[in-house]
Design a protein around this ligand. Sequence first.
Ligand code: NZQ
Ligand code: ZN
Length: 388
Amino acid sequence: MENFTFYSPTKFVFGKDTEKNCGNLVKEFGGTRVLIHYGGGSAVRSGLIDRVKNSLTANGIYFCELGGVHPNPLDDKVYEGINICRKEQIDFILAVGGGSSIDSAKAIAMGVPYDGDFWDFYSGKSPKAAVPVGTVLTIAAAGSEGSGDSVITKKDGMLKRGAGSELIRPKFSILNPELTTTLPAFQTACGATDIMAHVFERYFTNTQNVETTDRLCEAVLLSMIHETPKVIANPNDYQARANIMWAGMVAHNNIVGVGRDQDWNSHGIEHELSALYDCAHGAGLAVIMPAWMQYVVEHDVMRFAQMATRVWNCKMDFNNPLQTALDGIQAFKNFLKSIGMPLTFAELGAKEEDIPTLVKNFGIGNGETGGFVHLKAKDIENIYRLAL
Ligand code: NZQ
Ligand code: ZN
């Protein structure tokens, strides 16, 4: 295991009706003038935004609002939010929604105190200050409620890029599993796929002697395999929703990834798909991640065989561990199919002729990328082709 520092100071408030605490929580973290930031309308329709406003009003907190965040959030909404925050002297941003609303809120938070273009933070620059952010989560998926990351798409060129800073880790996140019962089955399944992908990005590592985090990863994966079909069958299964919601946080605040190198190529390869086609991130991952696994399996057959036996309950073939590893990848694909995920470019609506554009947008030129297996541009292209 490698040396690490783990510091994850988000306050999580979990359970039924917990959104009613948001006014108290904003106050606790010093907010007096709040921007409520949300998506395309699901949180309005469910009455959640009204409950959030009531809680802020009951605590004497001024607020204004900016809705309309697009899934795969865009830079134009961020600029709009920065202007509102400056004009209204906002000192706290409350994101209500999923990864898209939260990531857009984080981008606004970094942009407000910065003289230059917020996009600098999505091109490698580190912020020096940010407006504090809190969240009310409505979908278990991206894990942004517990992460210091944000992913935004620049409309000019449709480039999807990430930023990371401790300054944008949410001060608090309200996780009420009941809020996720209105999700369509497809969106629930996209979220489940993303959660599992966050674990796999960490699970496939070259670092040795990481048994504790391996086992934590496997526990999250096994829980997802157990709970996801329950909520697809019955969207109102509170206990299953609750387990998935916490799994989504655990999968991405890095507690299952400390002390080891991590890969993250599948995410990078997928981000170009959701940027170009505006597909759901989880659906893109369902197409890319198994293809990536197939492409790199021989880099460490025994690690893939470990996944196959411990996570997918495959029988170990000691004479042919590669077959066991491949059985595990097939089991993952079968699971994704069973929850309604696409597995191919065609099912996703992606096109073979766009592969050169996707590789170009991926933007590694002659370089290499990935913590588990270093890939070059040609490898990225091969993975897109494997996913056809
Ligand atoms: O916009 P509304 O109307 O709210 O509808 C949303 C949206 O259409 C809907 N939805 C959310 N909660 C709902 C609901 N519909 C009914 N009932 C509810 N309770 O679901 C759709 C997807 O929402 P979105 O916020 O886009 O989902 P998700 O949480 O999957 O976020 C995806 C974004 O997060 C990024 C992805 O790349 C993508 O842009 N990621 C962010 C990460 C991070 N910040 O750490 C890490 C991830 O790997 C990921 O890249
Ligand atoms: Zn993800």
